[in-house]
Structures are given as structure tokens and as C-alpha cells.
Design a protein around this ligand. Structure first.
Ligand code: HEC
Length: 121
């Protein structure tokens, strides 16, 4: 049941991510604001701000809110290049452009445990 929910969320969000890629800017400086519209793909698993993992019984999902932006970008590139092997994250990172990764990195880096802009609250 939960797995099914995640899969349908994933399908929906891959579409959203593809739209994001076609609107990609040439400059790769990350923008937390732009990132906010790109993390819909990640919410189902990483459940953003406030460090909550929604599906702890299904996946061991690392908490990435508040992580360093450069770390997030380098982790995503490593999945995309295949240096990191997790199949789901490889598929997801493969759909992200360098600009998307930069924006997403800034977005997560800006989160704190008491983030007032928590979109899930
Ligand atoms: C289907 C569930 C799922 C989705 C959707 C998902 N992730 Fe992940 N993510 C995981 C899991 C599970 C891991 C741990 C993988 C591993 O062991 O390498 C992970 C790992 C990561 C890591 C590495 C964290 C670390 O501490 O090294 C980053 C960064 C990350 N994800 C970012 C994202 C971003 C950004 C998105 C959206 C574009 C996203 N993920 C979407 C499940 C997901």
C-alpha cells in the first residue's frame, strides 16, 4: 500500500522534474527558491524540513535537510555518474541537470529543524 503510494508519487514527480529541466538556466549558481519547486520529487522519501523520514519502515532514507549544499550536489552527481549505486537515487539523480542539483542543494541547505517555511506543516 505504502509502496504503491510512493510509486505513483514518483511517476508524477518525474514529470515535474522533466518540466524543470527544459526550463533550465545556463548559470549553475544554486537558488533555494528555484529549488523549492524541484523537490516535489524528493518529499515522498526525504520528507524534507524538520528531518522527518515518512517511510522509515520501507526505506532507510537519510535526512538531507540542513545538509551542506556542496555535499548534496556531490552526492547527487555521484548517483548520476554511478559512483554511488543505490538504484532509486541513481534513477532520480539521472533526471536532474546540474542546475537542478545546485538549486536543490541550496534549498535543503537552507532548512533547519524549526524551519518556519516547512511546506509540510
Ligand atoms: C523513492 C525514495 C527516494 C526519493 C524519491 C528520493 N530519494 Fe534520495 N535517497 C533515498 C534513499 C533510500 C537514499 C539512501 C541511498 C543510499 O544508501 O545510497 C537516498 C540518498 C540521498 C542522498 C545522499 C544522502 C547522504 O547522506 O549521503 C541525497 C543527497 C538525496 N538522496 C537527495 C535526494 C533528492 C534531492 C531527491 C529528489 C530530487 C531524492 N533524494 C529523492 C530515497 C529517495
Amino acid at each position: 500500500m505504502k509502496k504503491h503510494l510512493i510509486l505513483s508519487q514518483l511517476a508524477l514527480c518525474v514529470g515535474v522534474a522533466l518540466i524543470g529541466i527544459s526550463a533550465q538556466a545556463a548559470d549553475e549558481k544554486g537558488s533555494a527558491q528555484a529549488g523549492q519547486s524541484k523537490v516535489s520529487l524528493c518529499i515522498g522519501c526525504h520528507a524534507i524540513p524538520d528531518y522527518r523520514a515518512d517511510y522509515p519502515l520501507v526505506y532507510k532514507v537519510p535526512m538531507i535537510g540542513g545538509q551542506n549544499a556542496a555535499y548534496i550536489v556531490s552526492a547527487l552527481s555521484a548517483y548520476k555518474k554511478g559512483e554511488r549505486k543505490h538504484p532509486t537515487m541513481r534513477a532520480i539523480a539521472g533526471s536532474l541537470s546540474d542546475q537542478d542539483m545546485a538549486d536543490i542543494g541550496e534549498y535543503y541547505a537552507a532548512q533547519t529543524p524549526s524551519s518556519p517555511k516547512n511546506p509540510l506543516k
